[in-house]
Design a protein around this ligand. Sequence first.
Ligand code: AMP
Ligand code: MG
Length: 294
Amino acid sequence: MGTRIAVQLEAATSVQGNAAIDAVMQEMRRIDQRFSPMRDTSELSRLNARAATEALVVSAEMFGLLAQAHAVSLQTDGAFDLTFASLGRYYDYRKAKKPDPATRARLQQLIDYRGVILQPKTRSVRFSHKAIYLDLGGIAKGYAVDNAIALLQRRGVQNAVVSAGGDSRAIGRKKGKPWTVGIQDPRKPDAMAVVLPLLDSAFSTSGDYERYFVEDGVRYHHIIDPDTGDSARHLRSVTVLAPDATTSDALSTSVFVLGLQKGLALINRLPGIDAIVIDNRGVLHYSNGLQRQE
Ligand code: AMP
Ligand code: MG
């Protein structure tokens, strides 16, 4: 995945604990092998290569995650859109490469989740045109964390926290106290902006400091605004708290694109979900559920 995985858990013995961690790592690899757009053999690569020419029957797992992503696209009016990658694939943040303006303008117009046609009856997927390319990078890490937590619970683990990059989920407690997670200061790699307790919930942070390069004073980073084809520039970091990590992952990316007003309005409409936003001046903003009740 190119992502740092961290697992902390309480187990009766170190043998049980290590076996549980191995199982989590194996599950992470399995998910990466299915959903990575970079691996030629993944199910996602098969879709990207062929779904524009024929309707492809996919695994129940693939269909489920695509359907969930589609629901978030509807909910966010297209701010979250897996087809961002039709253009996004031409950015290479490690090599500081971006598409030329003509390519960007042409492909930006083709970003549209409605071009991915899901047929539940046959569990098949078809793309409405050739340029469509999907990347599940905004939701798959959260999904992997949810699967890891479910797997640990099946093994009888009651206290654990699992993270994949900026997506975490906790169950139970750490030595009787809530697990805590931090939100990185977007401009100081070693500093925390906020530390929060996590009680049986999930937590995802999207930031403009994760994968980026700077050219002529402009920061190009990995979250693409489907409306402009450019990196979303309203915010520096968005953290979403939700009952599960698939939801927090997709919504953190979404709010990052939507910006402060629209993003927090969305979060405030969703019961049981909260957000902490750091705007592009470094100021923190909280959703209604996190505002202190005086
Ligand atoms: P996250 O760190 O969870 O915010 O995910 C960032 C990743 O989401 C990027 O690396 C892309 O793979 C993907 N992504 C970027 N822009 C979008 C978008 N507008 N909608 C959905 N996924 C996106
Ligand atoms: Mg995300």
